[in-house]
Every structure is written in structure tokens, then in C-alpha cells.
Design a protein. Structure first.
Length: 287
């Protein structure tokens, strides 16, 4: 159903605590899965944190865990009777481990890459996303979510702390960027808690954080959505400069006209401001 890429494997979390399964022995021991650097795997070992992540997801419907690893988070999702848990895992060794230790989960475990899954075909009635997302593809996961925003009402994910700050930051903050604007256009975002390095195997070099995103009431931005994305990306392409410079570089000189936002930098504009700016650019391009 999908192929290669770097999905998570019960990675990234906080305060300290118990060891999860799959970490203590090595070599050919069937109870050990070696973390793979190429897949961005940092196995979470704190059961309290895993439980907190699972509990952060609201009840009801299908939930897809991205990167099940050795099931540290999966076990708490499976214990919930108010959701139907699915998993996507790209690492064959982890899949074998999960088949052995969670045999009842096997029918709902997909051996494949979340980024390549035909999500609309698999979950036509919608689904939620949860997981400990690997650093190297966390942004790609969020863009995949955006592509299926009408099917995905909620996301709970552990990511690199700087990515979490970026997604949750309001306009005017130095962490505010492309992903902030695009995600906040469609989702209400909460930064839930910071996750320290010492609860992973192997420990990552930076802190992580858990965020929760829930679809807001927006179903129509009130502008050309494809152009909205182009305007936002152009604005942040030269974020130290006033908007006039990157926008003219991307769209031309607008017939010599200037918008009131041209004297501001990209991080100063809210989602609503970018909608207004997009409509202005659209009118000038049409004119």
C-alpha cells in the first residue's frame, strides 16, 4: 500500500521513567529493535509520557498512528475503547516486533510509508492522526495533513520543539513562519508540553514537544487557496526584508501599485492579513 520513507517509531518525549518493551536486549533477540538513524528513530521509553500523548486525543472514530515503532504509544491507544486504532510503520523490523507482541493489532497495521498512503481511499469518512513524528519528515507529515484537512479533524504529534513552537506561534513572533500560517489557517493549535532528551533510545540532541491540532470552523478561506500558499511562501522567502521586495520578486511590480502591508515583514501578518493580501495580489494579476 506504500513504500519507503522515514516514519516514526515511538519517538521523542519528556520527564523520565520506565523502559518500554523492545529496548533492553540486543542482537538477534526478538524483543529488541535497533533504532535506525536513517529512519529518524528515537524510541520513547517513558510510559507516563506515552500515556499522556494517547490521552490527549479526543474520543471517537478511526485513529492512525504514524510510526508505531515497538508499540510504546500503540499499547495505550489499543487500551482505549472509544477509538479504533490503525498504524502505519515503514520499518520491517518494527512491523515484525508488533506482529509478535500485538497480534490482535495485525489487521490494522499497515506496512508502508504514511506519506505515500492513499488516505482518502482508506478513510473516506475521516480519521485522526497521532504519533511521535521523526524530525526529518515532520513538516512533510503536516503538509500531508493539510492535503487531507477535510478528512482529518485532529492531530496529536510529538515533534522537534522548534517545529512545535513554529506551528503554534502567533503572528509577530520570531518563530512564526510558513508552516504557522498554513496550519493556523485551518487548525486551532495547542502546545501541550515540552519533552526532554533523556527519555529516548537513543537520546536526540534537541528537545521535543507535543502539539494538538483541531480543525477550526473554516471551510473557505475567502481567497484562491493555491495563490494563498504561493503568497505566504513568497513572503517568507526573504523574511528579513519588507514584503514589497519578495512579493515583487515573485509576482512582478503590480503595475506600480503597493499594498499597505508592503512596509511590514512577513511575520507581522496574521492569517486574515494574508487572505486580504492574496485577494489584492489576485486582483492585480487579473487586472
Amino acid at each position: 500500500m506504500a513504500t519507503k520513507r522515514h516514519n516514526s517509531s515511538s519517538s521523542h518525549s519528556t520527564r523520565g521513567g520506565q523502559q518500554g518493551g523492545g529496548y533492553s536486549a540486543r542482537s538477534n533477540n526478538p524483543n529488541y529493535v535497533k533504532p535506525k538513524k536513517a529512519l529518524g528513530q528515537h524510541f520513547l521509553t517513558d510510559m507516563n509520557i506515552a500515556r499522556a500523548i494517547a490521552d490527549a486525543m479526543s474520543g471517537g472514530g478511526d485513529v492512525l498512528e504514524v510510526g508505531c515503532g515497538t508499540g510504546v504509544l500503540t499499547q495505550f491507544l489499543l487500551a482505549r475503547e472509544d477509538i479504533r486504532t490503525w498504524g502505519a510503520e515503514v520499518d520491517s523490523e518494527s512491523v515484525d516486533y508488533l506482529h509478535r507482541h500485538y497480534p490482535d493489532f495485525t489487521p490494522h497495521l499497515i506496512f508502508g510509508d504514511f506519506l505515500n498512503l492513499p488516505l482518502g481511499e482508506m478513510f473516506p469518512d475521516g480519521f485522526k492522526v497521532i504519533g511521535n513524528f521523526p524530525y526529518n519528515i515532520s513538516s512533510q507529515i503536516f503538509f500531508k495533513v493539510l492535503d487531507h484537512k477535510d478528512l482529518i479533524p485532529e492531530v496529536v504529534g510529538m515533534v522537534q520543539r522548534e517545529v512545535a513552537l513554529r506551528i503554534a506561534s502567533p503572528a509577530g513572533n520570531r518563530d512564526y513562519g510558513i508552516l504557522s500560517v498554513l496550519m493556523q489557517a485551518w487548525y486551532d493549535i495547542e502546545y501541550l508540553f515540552t519533552v526532554h532528551e533523556n527519555v529516548f533510545n537513543p537520546p536526540p540532541k534537541v528537545k521535543s514537544a507535543v502539539v494538538r491540532m483541531r480543525r477550526n470552523g473554516v471551510h473557505d478561506l475567502g481567497c484562491d487557496e493555491a495563490l494563498f500558499v504561493r503568497v505566504v511562501k513568497a513572503a517568507f522567502s526573504q523574511r528579513r526584508k519588507m514584503l514589497k521586495t519578495p512579493l515583487k520578486a515573485a509576482f512582478g511590480d503590480f503595475g506600480g501599485e503597493e499594498h499597505k502591508f508592503f512596509g511590514l515583514r512577513a511575520e507581522a501578518l496574521s492569517v486574515a492579513d494574508y487572505v486580504e493580501l492574496t485577494n489584492w495580489v489576485h486582483d492585480k494579476m487579473e487586472g
